[in-house]
Design a protein around this ligand. Sequence first.
Ligand code: SF4
Length: 320
Amino acid sequence: MTQRQLLHSQNSLLSWYVTDARSELPWRKTSNIYHIYLSEVMLQQTQVSRVEAEYYPRFLKIFPTLESLSKASLDEVFSLWSGLGYYRRAKNLHATAQLCPDGLPNTSAELEKLPGIGRYTASAICSFGYKQSVSVVDTNIARVLARFFAKVDVKDKELWVLADNYLNLKSATEHNLALMDLGAMICTPKNPKCDICPLITGCIGKENPALYYKKKKITYVDKELHHAICIEDNAIAMVKSKEGMYKDMLELPSLEAHKHEDTCLGTFKHSVTHFRLKVFVYLVEDLGEDITWVALDSIASAPISSLTQKAFAMYEKSVA
Ligand code: SF4
């Protein structure tokens, strides 16, 4: 691609961004570094609309600054995160706030030393927050670049080089946001809308976009879980998870299924990361574990996962 073609496509992209992209998102209208960081963490595995409407404003209402977040307990953070899934993100966010209560560092190298901050998040904070001329590569941008430069099976390292070479140094932040939006709105995984794409003139892969984008295959693991509901004096028995994806959160005690077949309330399916779970829920008495009793009327604000919420809902339905 000649320098002239490169400039032309960069300008087309920016013009499209000004008129068509998602500039109204709240984290795009702020220069608060913490707020931008929070949005990046929340958006990692969650739809933009859910983050925008529910989780982002609710979290910032309770923890408007890194300092306020640093003083919170992990349980408080988990309870606000409840339903978002991938609770390790909340834990890392909390740990980062405790390490940097007065503000985040302003270089990718320093940011990447913090819990849960990888190359993408560090670059996003530098580009969208500190307005530095650095490239950003998320899944949307990766797809656009692979198609635009017609790269088959391109590796992450090469994508970052492509992003660097294609970066519009005069408007780097807007350029990155535009590429991100283009991937989300126009150069979509299925049926990209090449006929209205601002990059169509220079795009080398437009004749066969599917060739340059292959969704990573997930190998699912099927698993059964058996959880107990035990109610006493308007409180429910919970245990603190010691490991795995729910570490440090409250969950229903596990039990050996064969001893409690008669008390099974039912089952439900739940997917999390690469696990496809079938969850069995039992109503039992006398749990001998190290129990934390949670008042039934405070379940909604307890640090529990959506899996536990579903199990509790099954119990409520059974007694309604
Ligand atoms: S022309 Fe088509 S394949 Fe190329 S960047 Fe635009 S939408 Fe994607």
